[in-house]
Design a protein around this ligand. Structure first.
Ligand code: GMT
Length: 375
């Protein structure tokens, strides 16, 4: 198959999922064309089956806002026509689904029929997309996609709740993980760099937006370290960074916290960690939690959105209500208190991650693609 993938090329989960999906499809022999405004951060290798087409927006002085959606639609028309694509798969509804719809109509007027699949990822439905100014366009684009997928049951339900005029069937295809990328040697030696006295290592990875409640991570850590010698590693960057630095000084925890900023492949850091903290306000899936579990790291998370579909309470970690930092700290201590308990949770976390192995999830997308092509 010749597949066009549209995504955000940045560190966000939707871009990561789209890129990993494209890489896996290419490895299986499909030809995959990424169409976006810069090279996706995880597109770290090229194969004869992988292609990248840049959407270049011109900087004309008349435009206070660049018309990205229009340029994307034009690029899609061009790539579909000249690369002879079979289908388009767009990740994140805004503005990718409506751009794909526009491209589809233009191509239809030239006698070319191309189906497009929209995958909903989360904030396009639960945060940004909820803004009423987007509602008619998102509803229309979802209803006119040839197929729609959501990354969790929770996100599927949120879509019907937030967009009452959506009438399409939504297929749930969960996010996935490539477990082969989680095999490491020399862990002990790397651990020493962050925990010289064999302290426990807690870790948090996110884009430091308000929705991630990174301040809760610091408060949970502050309680844990009073009971159990520990260190905290923060991976990622974003708008909350300044507030977090301030809070770390207020709590007098800076000496035990290491901020590493954005890291393209955080697997190595996860692999030396003991506990992942994800206290998000909402999370349609929580890919970061799955990545942690693939590295055998149990998860302390909230029970919001799709997190209970990923992190299983009392098995791969614990779930708490949003903002209940006392409960999250108590659960963290339960897991970290002795090696036997920690090792049992580590094994369970990996067992849970195996359910989302890419080899199980990839065929679900391929079947969906095939069902559209036989129509
Ligand atoms: O988490 C973010 O803010 C980034 C966002 C994105 O669109 O890249 O992530 C969303 O999609 C991920 C991949 O499907 C999910 O794992 C995240 O849970 C989801 N984020 C939220 O729902 C807040």
């Amino acid at each position: 198959m010749k597949i066009g993938i549209v995504c955000y090329p940045t560190f966000g989960g939707s871009g990561v999922v789209a890129t990993e999906l494209g890489k896996a499809l290419a490895e299986k022999g499909h030809q995959v064309h990424f169409i976006t405004y810069s090279q996706p951060v995880r597109l770290d290798f090229f194969s004869e089956n992988l292609f990248y087409h840049e959407v270049a927006v011109s900087d004309y002085p008349l435009f206070d806002y660049q018309p990205y959606e229009l340029v994307l639609s034009s690029k899609l028309v061009d790539v579909v026509k000249y690369e002879k694509l079979d289908l388009l798969h767009v990740h994140y509804a805004i503005p990718h689904a409506s751009a794909a719809y526009m491209a589809k109509q233009i191509l239809a007027s030239q006698g070319i029929n191309i189906p497009f699949i929209t995958t909903l990822h989360g904030t396009d439905i639960t945060l940004v997309g909820k803004d009423p100014s987007f509602e008619p366009v998102i509803t229309f684009a979802i209803n006119n996609s040839d197929a729609v997928t959501a990354v969790s049951e929770s996100l599927k339900n949120d879509t019907y709740k937030n967009f009452p005029n959506v009438t399409r069937d939504i297929h749930v295809i969960p996010n996935f993980i490539c477990l082969d990328e989680y095999k490491f040697d020399n862990l002990k030696c790397h651990r020493k760099m962050y925990a010289p006295n064999d302290e426990r290592i807690l870790v948090h990875v996110s884009n430091f937006r308000k929705v991630k409640r990174v301040d809760d991570v610091l408060r949970i850590f502050n309680t844990v370290r009073k009971k159990i010698p520990s260190k905290l590693i923060l991976v990622g960057d974003g708008p909350e960074r300044g507030n977090i630095e301030k809070l770390c000084r207020e709590l007098n925890t800076c000496d035990d916290i290491k901020s590493l900023g954005k890291i393209v492949n955080p697997e190595q850091i996860l692999a030396i960690s003991d506990l992942f903290i994800l206290p998000s306000e909402t999370e349609s899936f929580g890919l970061a939690a799955l990545e942690a579990m693939a590295a055998r790291v149990p998860v302390i998370s909230t029970n919001s959105g799709g997190l209970p579909e990923v992190n299983i309470n009392e098995f791969s970690g614990y779930l708490s209500n949003v903002g209940d930092i006392e409960d999250m700290a108590k659960n963290a201590i339960k897991i970290l208190k002795d090696d036997a308990t920690l090792n049992a949770f580590k094994t369970n976390a990996f067992t849970q991650a195996q359910k989302f192995d890419i080899h199980k999830i990839l065929p679900l997308y391929e079947n969906l693609y095939n069902s559209l092509l036989v129509k």
